[in-house]
Design a protein. Structure first.
Length: 156
């Protein structure tokens, strides 16, 4: 009688979990799974948004594909808008105000994958160019930009 090596089942189970886990996270995000065709389309447009409204349309269409290179593209678009089109973002604030998932998406994409100079500009915009009903949003943006800049400076 041949004995199976101890632990072989646990190794196989661990490998299976590691392989299927990323697929599960995509499905859990909003109940949809990102197809290969959607992933290609999302990657092609993720970094291209030049207005908050355009970014919102991309979010609605491809948020379930928000991972890897696509996520980096979204981070590029989000932070470019916040750094270079701040007044346009504030004028379009109602989009963020009425869609909390999109607001969280924007804040999540202020991350260490973008240059520190841009993160600093975003923090400055949020701290100095905000008023009225946007103050809470601006505080969240400023904190996210400072956290990402700090994380980037800690990276070797």
């Amino acid at each position: 009688m041949t004995k199976k090596p101890r632990g072989s089942w646990s190794v196989r189970a661990m490998v299976l979990c590691l392989v299927t886990m990323p697929l599960s996270f995509h499905a859990l995000a909003d109940g949809r799974i990102c197809t290969k065709q959607e992933a290609r389309a999302a990657e092609a447009v993720a970094a291209t948004a030049r207005s908050l409204e355009q970014l919102h349309r991309q979010f609605e269409r491809y948020s379930h594909c928000d991972d890897g290179a696509i996520a980096e593209g979204f981070s590029e678009a989000v932070t470019w808008l916040l750094a270079e089109r701040w007044q346009d973002v504030l004028r379009s604030y109602k989009v963020l105000k009425h869609d909390s998932a999109f607001r969280m998406f924007v804040i999540r994409h202020i991350d260490e994958t973008v240059p520190t100079e841009r993160l600093n500009r975003i923090a400055e915009n949020a701290s100095k160019r905000c008023s009225g009903s946007t103050k809470d949003f601006c505080r969240d943006i400023e904190m996210a930009a400072k956290k990402a800049a700090h994380a980037e400076s800690d990276t070797p």
